[in-house]
Design a protein around this ligand. Structure first.
Ligand SMILES: NC(=O)c1ccc[n+]([C@@H]2O[C@H](COP(=O)([O-])OP(=O)(O)OC[C@H]3O[C@@H](n4cnc5c(N)ncnc54)[C@H](OP(=O)(O)O)[C@@H]3O)[C@@H](O)[C@H]2O)c1
Length: 225
């Protein structure tokens, strides 16, 4: 899934926010953690990271250098028992405070031969991507986001998706046109600017004057799907 964000709009009067990001062993998730760490502790408090096994050396280094701001919790998202077990582990560190932003970043892209035309977002590009399972789960996720966006808005949560750009990660491959750090910075800008109007939508990142031929990729706004 990923790229799905929940912000607790009832907490907007509080300047410091606590974050939880899933899938932070590498790629975009790890870069989002590093991006948040650039901000002062008065603005970003605790950053909970989740991995399904022990932190990678890269994440461990980030944790070690974070002065206690990054706390990793082992979670296997497909195992509800492990998800439930993560709750007290997170609450223990929050000392009665809340989580303000959940960035559900975990994602996997299995390639296979099969159905090849599902996604309408950037249809000309992705129609050729031989990853039907990825496209089907993304379409389902977008619908789930729409449902959650409507259901939880009155309860103070703004739930929406973000298209973080085509990134040079294990998932995106070397041919991608953005570094993961660029995607992380642009993604955080989308999250920072989120308003209730974004609930249920998929929001594109915005990159000013991005490379020739790719300029229309990253213009912000709502992504059609
Ligand atoms: N890269 C792109 O061009 C691009 C474009 C659009 C959207 N996205 C979305 O952005 C998100 C991050 O992508 P990425 O490019 O950073 O991918 P990535 O480099 O492949 O990293 C994927 C992350 O998800 C975790 N993960 C994968 N399968 C998992 C599973 N079954 N259970 C738990 N964790 C799992 C990985 O953990 P392990 O180390 O344990 O495997 C890793 O931390 C994904 O949701 C992806 O769909 C990426």
């Amino acid at each position: 899934m990923p790229d799905h964000w929940i912000t607790d709009t009832s907490q907007q009067s509080i300047n410091m926010s606590n974050y939880l990001i899933t899938g932070t062993s590498r790629g975009l998730g790890l870069c989002l953690v590093k991006e948040l760490l650039k901000r002062p502790a008065t603005s970003v408090g605790l950053i909970f990271t989740t991995t399904r096994s022990a932190p990678t050396p890269a994440l461990q280094r980030t944790i070690d250098e974070s002065a206690g701001r990054v706390v990793n919790v082992i979670v296997n998202p497909v195992d509800m028992e492990s998800v439930k077990a993560a709750l007290p582990a997170v609450e223990k560190h929050l000392n009665g405070a809340g989580l303000d932003v959940l960035i559900n970043n975990v994602g996997v892209l299995p390639f296979s031969n099969g159905i090849k035309e599902i996604s309408f977002a950037y249809q000309d590009v992705f129609a050729r991507l031989p990853a039907p399972a990825y496209k089907v789960t993304k379409a389902a996720l977008n619908m789930l986001t729409l449902q959650w966006g409507m259901e939880y808005l009155d309860k103070g949560f703004t739930i929406f998706g973000v298209s973080p750009g085509w990134l040079k990660t294990e998932l995106g491959g070397e041919g991608a046109n953005l570094e993961p750090e660029q995607g992380a910075e642009a993604t955080m800008k989308v999250i920072d600017a989120a308003r209730k109007e974004e609930a249920g939508k998929m929001i594109n990142i915005h990159l000013e004057g991005f490379g020739e031929g790719h300029g229309d990729f990253y213009q912000g706004g709502v992504v059609p799907w």
